[in-house]
Design a binder for this molecule. Sequence first.
Ligand code: RFL
Ligand code: PHB
Length: 394
Amino acid sequence: MNLRTTIAIVGAGPAGLLLGHLLAKAGIDFVIIESRSREYILGRIRAGVLEESSVEVLAKLGLDGRLKQHGLVHDGIYLQFEGTRHHVDFAELIGRTVTVYGQQQVVDDLMLAHDELGSAIYFDSGDVMPKDVETPRPSVDFGHGGIRYSVEADFIVGADGFHGVCRSIIPASEITSFERDYPFAWLGILANVAPSTDELIYALHPDGFAMHSMRSPEVSRLYLQVDPDDDIGNWSDERIWAGLHERLGLDGWTLNEGEITEKSITPMRSFVASTMNYGTLFLAGDAGHIVPPTGAKGLNSAISDVAMLGAALTAYYAGDSGPLSTYSDRALSRQWKTQYFSRWMTDMLHTSGTGTEAEFRYRGQVGQLEYVTGSERALAVLAEQYTGLPIEGV
Ligand code: RFL
Ligand code: PHB
């Protein structure tokens, strides 16, 4: 069956769903094609921190009803090392905050708002294939409910994540991948227990990194640095709690335990594609870049890309093609700053190596953390990046 739309979006993660709302607001027609089911997407537990500018993007679209009600506004974070916990007060340092609100909740809000709009979202699609993106009449072919579809559009947006199909159709001569792997991964748990902290704790410990985050006043989210080839089967609940007590422990502070409802191991990688535009194809979010989660930037970068792309497409249909022609450069310029921050936070807080090499690294990290927590200027640098750089042109 042949369909026609203005913008064909591949992927119904946060990037694709949010772009749909930006286009709807501008009166631009779109369809979203997603390979997974709605339930599967809602079940994926991922990011948890929204930058102030991400909250503003959602607020401008009126998509912040539940976010305002249930999001936890945090003035800062804690950095912990060598048995001491230091508060980094973003609000005091630079007058900005972050909001703790799960990616699942963001996605749920976006989907419910699409239900109200009656948006065309094809979940459970098979063999999704963008075509003719070097021409002004690109299309996306896909199977859905036993029928083969071909949607023709003015532009295709690849919001299909790191493993998506869109980036892969760009000829190798037109795109370069920049990558960095890390010798560690995160074991993450969700636990039915009130958070033991008012704000997120990022801890460097000789055994490795640990972190205490949260999803609500009743649910805690905690992470442990583990080996990238470790198996979750090696981690009983008892072993996980013991590791968390050891790495997060502090005299006079108690880590409350609760029932673990989810546990998994996620590898870490930094990746940036050299371009986010090829012909009539544009990439957004994880399709174009990924970061290790230490700076809480994955979801926020997806939101900033889409805010820029939505504004650029809106300008294009109002007669100004300038912003669309510079989208890739502007998105990548912000992304490289975010990449550097994510890498810096990751390197500062994770242990690696053996023997004297590991010791050298660890002592340098403690030195860096002592410097950062002891310098008002260094703290402001961290605060400015953690709470989010401005989104240009939005
Ligand atoms: P998503 O969320 O991956 O959504 C892409 C969507 O595209 C679909 N898709 C396709 N659809 C059609 N055809 C195809 N061929 C397709 N191939 C894929 C997928 O099913 C999916 O629904 O990308 P998006 O929208 O760019 O959003 C990015 C964020 O999801 C991501 O940056 C963060 O969640 C990264 N991330 C984390 N970031 C943080 O800031 N803090 C975290 O704690 C954190 N934890 C995580 C994460 C990413 C993870 N992944 C990707 C493995 C934990 C995990 C497990
Ligand atoms: C989370 O709550 O899942 C979370 C928070 C901050 C991060 C990474 C993950 O840096």
